[in-house]
Ligand binder design. Structure first.
Ligand SMILES: Cc1cc2nc3c(=O)[nH]c(=O)nc-3n(C[C@H](O)[C@H](O)[C@H](O)COP(=O)(O)OP(=O)(O)OC[C@H]3O[C@@H](n4cnc5c(N)ncnc54)[C@H](O)[C@@H]3O)c2cc1C
Length: 308
């Protein structure tokens, strides 16, 4: 198998990987962006909060990004899944599902996060259309609407005050025991927030727009939108496979420049933070790219000095 030689293999071509590719392409580095094209936000029609791109569809965002990056000929795009990684700093070997092989001096994991299967009947039908995960991304569109928030315990006590900035017409469904203290229940009651612990039987919707949430105890909660806390895992097992430290929440542990505990391996975007926003992911990709470029240039400088 003939290996393609790279300065940087970027695994994942969402906002994080693409912004890293842009910075590295402009820094004249030989880069491949290996991307299987299954971003978490593919379910949604519009992405918000990215300056100059507010309301753009995720696929259009990627198309424009790839078009811009194509101006830099040392960057190539590989539509494939990276399935294995081995080696050490300066010489990583990466193989893909379709049998391509790369040898790369540095690696950037921009693999995002993946949702675990949604286990509430009817939730998949509304996810990305009227059920969302982040009020900063989709709260404006649902402002002043009656909402159901599916969350429990400490997350509930974080989410209730947060969502009240967009609407005061919301009901909490904890889909099982609420995991609250008496003091927390009292606090919610003082704010007039209804909390239902009964498990959710189904979410009823019309063309992707939620109509009501039906509970096992027979209660129905009419609403026009839902926010819920999804269960997530790292977008790929490869960071763990090469020895990266991973938090309990599934994030790759990095420093402020995206450097992992494994020399030569970086991570950026959703995979390496709990703040899941496209512009934050792009920013992390940019920082990591600068750090990688700096490392590559310094290594070449030192090599050249010893040869003089
Ligand atoms: C429903 C929903 C709505 C959202 N709305 C907004 C919004 O309005 N505004 C906003 O700012 N953010 C929004 N987000 C969050 C936003 O989508 C993420 O923060 C952003 O996409 C993260 O970028 P990323 O590059 O880190 O990862 P991603 O965009 O997830 O890209 C990761 C890429 O890596 C690929 N990949 C993973 N493993 C491999 C592998 N082994 N080989 C090859 N490729 C691989 C994946 O297929 C994917 O294409 C939303 C998220 C969801 C779920």
């Amino acid at each position: 198998m003939k290996k393609q030689l790279l300065d940087v293999a970027i695994i994942g071509g969402g906002p994080a990987g693409l912004n890293a590719a842009l910075v590295l392409g402009r820094a004249r580095k030989n880069v491949a962006v290996i991307d299987e094209g299954r971003p978490r936000n593919a379910v949604t029609r519009e992405a918000h909060g990215f300056l100059t791109r507010d309301g753009i569809s995720p696929s259009e965002f990627r198309r424009i990004a790839q078009e811009e990056i194509s101006a830099y000929p040392s960057v190539s795009f590989v539509a494939d899944t990276a399935v294995s990684i081995a080696g050490t700093n300066g010489q990583f070997q990466i193989e893909t599902a379709q049998g391509q092989a790369f040898e790369s001096k540095k690696v950037l994991f921009a693999v995002g996060m993946k949702d675990r299967p949604l286990d509430i009947p009817g939730l998949a039908e509304v996810y990305g259309k009227s059920a969302f995960v982040c009020p900063y991304c989709d709260g404006w569109e649902l402002r002043d609407q009656p909402l159901v928030i599916i969350v429990k315990g400490a997350d509930l006590m974080h989410f209730a005050p947060l969502i009240s900035g967009w609407t005061n017409r919301f009901t909490i469904c904890t889909n099982g025991p609420d995991e609250l203290t008496d003091a927390q229940r009292e606090e919610l009651s003082q704010h007039g927030v209804p909390v239902f612990e009964s498990p959710i039987r189904s979410i009823e919707s019309n063309d992707g727009i939620v109509q009501q949430v039906v509970l096992e105890n027979g209660t129905t909660v009419p609403c026009r939108g839902i926010f819920f806390k999804p269960e997530l895992v790292t977008g790929s097992d490869l960071p763990r496979a090469i020895g990266c430290d991973i938090t309990e929440a599934g994030s790759v542990v990095v420093d402020q420049f995206g450097k992992t505990n494994v020399p030569g391996v970086y991570s950026a975007g959703d995979a390496a933070t709990r703040m899941h926003q496209a512009i934050a992911a792009a920013s992390m990709g940019s920082f990591a790219a600068a750090a990688i470029n700096n490392e590559l240039n310094l290594e070449a400088w030192v090599r050249n000095t010893s040869e003089i």
